[in-house]
Design a protein. Structure first.
Length: 790
């Protein structure tokens, strides 16, 4: 890594803390990295029969020397779920590592599993392995001329087994387009291309092909394929326009007549950004405001040659500007989907979602028919205390249904928590299924026999596996009022006893923060005047001072941690890196300033057009609250954030220079007027700066007037006030907030003689989450904080 520590007056020297100095911090971080995480679980009917079922759990552990992750599978058999708590369960003796697999997808019956191994380079084949009980049933090598890597990005990604488990639909990169050959004998007939190249010719680059921006660099268009398990044939799905990127494919229910055509439903994103009226692909990662629709298309017929005039896919959701995560009910009569229409229409990159339904009478729906879309859960504008704040969910599990066939389960943000909700799709009633006694966060992994498989974690407790079931057997499950939860101990989830004992002494609580007084001349929405939240985590457990007048030195130093987006949320879930900072002895204050997800649409929308002011003031209000409560020493406060969180960190050290002893920023937005010309999401710059007007005024060639506003709302506009040392962590491959944005700010600080430390990760993108980069970032953050606020 390239490291620079600099102040104008000094050149870097050995005692400039350019190297992390502490073995103790490194050892602690290593032990936290050793904790396995529970990534996925599939609940499947047990091969032992009866009412019991198996839960196959995919876990991972970081392999730091290899800069990679190890994935391993373990199975637990749950014999029955009729008693109040589940205590009788049996783990397989040890987990098995699955190396080199990009995707693992069991079939619905659990009798088969598909393992996809993506090619290492652009000319190697993709390997599809289909395993049955006890053996490999089929191995399919798909040549690079058919398709490239299968998408496993969690967004375009979709792998679906047909009802009879004979076919698998999936999403992969279209094959490489051939490049032009130049040279004297390029057109010599009869020569193959390698021979042509050997003869002194070369291949050109061909036309530039636009991709989906950050984290999709060089990725080709996602297209649909179907693999036949018996024959090993792989066919492309026809009838989808080249202007559409396809993803999230599922099989439509089997047609009523046995020889009726099989069909697929998928999500399609147009290359034309309709809401910003621009003929381009705007960045997709973290951006739920990209218009998308559900399409219905005929599946390829096995052994039939591609047709010259395939039937065009039908747009099923023309009247809704966003439709994704399609799931059919078990009887095949309902198709439900999520929508981010509030994000598409406002231009905010993320907002409150809605849930919709299409009645799918299997005899009637033919390719070309346009069904009616019904609303199930609408966008919540604002909610009273304790009431449902709206849906904030971006992916439904493969089978989200309880056995009644009309109750759907999902995980969603609910203020600062992630919770599990049940939704009756007939009535639209929403109820909270995860325990409301706990402040922890819950994540739904799967369902079987109306038994829920979930993980639970908190800032002071890594993920653990839980099963939820209805206690009163035979009662209707609708409403989800009677859920009983049992912890299922995962044998491998043991971590260093030292860590466990430190965690036991930690505490956290949710603070309610009143928004600062608003301009009385502005008409405000109800939601924007409601309290927002901050999560306060204390390493010592003494959240509130024991005495009326605590000794200020006895209060741990405080790190204010700010999420990015800005329409994202800090949740009460476990974060290895945050736990590391807590264990070093820092109090943490994660502020969910207005604009965060989980608090209703009005509070979220109140930030658009007010960034750099409202969010900055909200963070200061949260800080005032903890200082006022004697929970922080005002002289020992640091601020840390990435991306929009880095925008806030740099704003705060400029706008409130006396409140922070240091600032730490990861890929921060420092100058929106320069970002707008180089980021993959220039629309973000417009919407966050101008509010809804940003949609209509959006331009690919911003005017001087617009650029001036973008400069004014940026941290760089306050640089002359900055007087504290700063640490910057920058990913050189970031296309969201290109590295030059952070660098300009860094150079401006250096030119003013400020102490700045910069670490650049040459191969990292916006998230800086490659294992070694993440480790180096947080080790440096820990050491830096000890130096400046401890
Ligand atoms: C929509 C988006 O990517 N905004 C960036 C400026 C940002 O803050 N990103 C978030 C997702 C982050 O935490 O990196």
């Amino acid at each position: 890594m390239d490291q620079v520590t600099s102040g104008k007056a000094r050149s870097p020297s050995a005692d400039d803390h350019t190297e992390p100095s502490s073995d103790a911090e490194s050892e602690l971080l290593h032990s936290l990295y050793a904790i396995p995480s529970i990534d996925k679980a599939w609940a499947i009917p047990s091969c032992q029969g009866g009412a019991g079922f198996d839960v196959v759990v995919a876990m991972s552990q970081v392999n730091l020397p290899a800069n990679a992750k190890r994935t391993f599978l373990s199975t637990v058999y749950i014999p029955e779920t009729s008693s109040a708590t589940i205590t009788d369960y049996h783990w397989s003796p040890f987990p098995f590592e699955i190396s080199g697999a990009s995707l693992i997808v069991p079939s619905p019956s659990g009798a088969k599993v598909l393992i996809i191994r993506n090619p290492k380079d652009s000319t190697s084949p993709t390997n599809l392995e289909i395993w049955g009980p006890g053996q490999l049933l089929r191995e399919i090598f798909v040549a690079s001329s058919v398709h490239g890597s299968v998408y496993g990005d969690g967004w375009f990604e979709g792998v679906s087994w047909s009802q009879n488990e004979e076919s698998i639909a999936y999403v992969a990169e279209e094959p490489v387009v051939s490049r032009p050959v130049f040279g004297q004998s390029a057109s010599t007939p009869g020569q193959n291309s390698n021979a042509t190249l050997e003869a002194g010719n070369w291949k050109g680059q061909g036309d530039w092909v636009e991709d989906w921006g950050e984290s999709y660099s060089g990725k080709r268009r996602p297209v649909l394929f179907v693999a036949n398990v018996s024959t090993g044939a792989v066919q492309a799905v026809e009838g989808i326009s080249r202007d559409i990127s396809a993803g999230q494919v599922v099989w439509a229910p089997q047609p009523a007549s046995p020889d009726g055509p099989q069909s697929l439903v998928f999500v399609g994103w147009s290359s034309y950004a309709e809401n910003f009226s621009t003929p381009r692909k705007l960045g997709m990662k973290y951006c739920f405001n990209r218009p998308c629709h559900l399409y219905h298309v005929e599946a390829p017929v096995p052994d039939r040659e591609p047709s010259d005039a395939p039937r065009e896919a039908t747009n099923l959701t023309e009247g809704v500007s966003s439709a994704f995560s399609p799931r059919f009910s078990p009887d095949g009569k309902k198709l439900v989907f999520l929508s981010a229409e509030a994000a598409v229409k406002s231009g905010a990159h993320n907002a409150t979602n809605s849930l919709h339904l299409i009645d799918w009478p299997t005899d009637l729906i033919r390719i070309g028919e346009k069904p009616q879309v019904k609303d199930i859960v609408n966008v919540v504008q604002h909610a009273e205390e304790g009431a449902f704040p709206g849906l904030y969910c971006y992916n439904l599990v493969a089978n989200p249904w309880l056995d009644d066939g009309s109750t759907l389960l999902l995980s969603s943000a609910w203020r600062s928590q992630q919770v599990i909700l049940s939704i009756d799709v007939e009535s639209g009633n929403v109820s909270r299924v995860s325990s409301s006694d706990s402040l922890a966060s819950w994540n739904l992994l799967g369902l079987q026999n109306s038994c829920i498989v979930a993980t639970v974690s908190s800032p002071i407790q890594p993920s653990s596996l839980h099963l939820g079931h209805s206690a009163s057997v035979g009662s209707p499950l609708k409403g989800g009022k009677e859920w009983k939860w049992s912890a299922i101990n995962v044998p491998s989830l043991k971590f260093a006893s030292k860590i466990e004992s430190v965690m036991q002494s930690m505490k956290y609580e949710l603070l309610q923060v009143s928004p600062p007084k608003a301009d009385p001349l502005k008409s405000l929405s109800v939601g924007s005047g409601q309290p927002f939240e901050a999560i306060f985590v204390s390493p010592t457990g003494s959240i509130r001072p024991l005495t009326e007048e605590p000794r200020i030195e006895s209060i741990p130093p405080l790190v204010v941690v700010l999420h990015g987006g800005p329409h994202s949320v800090s949740q009460t879930s476990f974060s290895r890196n945050a736990a590391f900072l807590s264990m070093l002895g820092f109090n943490l204050l994660h502020v969910n300033y207005r604009g965060s997800l989980g608090f209703g649409e009005e509070a979220l929308q109140s930030l658009l057009g007010n960034v750099g002011r409202q969010d900055v003031d909200d963070v200061l209000a949260a800080l005032d609250l903890v200082i006022g409560n004697g929970m922080a020493d005002p002289a020992r406060v640091a601020v840390l954030g990435g991306s929009h969180g880095g925008f806030l960190a740099t704003h705060l050290i400029g706008q409130a220079p006396d409140r922070f002893a240091t600032g730490i920023a990861r890929n921060p937005v420092c100058n929106v007027s320069s970002m707008v010309g180089i980021t993959d999401i220039p629309d973000w710059c417009y919407v966050e700066a101008f509010g809804k007007d940003g949609l209509s005024n959006y331009s690919e060639a911003p005017s001087v007037k617009d650029l001036s506003v973008l400069y004014q709302i940026s941290p760089i506009a306050h640089i002359s006030n900055v007087k504290v040392p700063t640490l910057f962590l920058l990913g050189a491959q970031d296309r969201r907030v290109p590295v030059s944005n952070g660098f300009q700010y860094v150079q401006a600080l250096r030119a003013r003689g400020q102490e700045v430390k910069v670490i650049v990760f040459p191969e990292d993108v916006h998230a800086i989450d490659r294992p070694q980069s993440d480790f180096e970032s947080f080790l440096n953050i820990g050491v830096w904080l000890k130096r400046f606020i401890q």
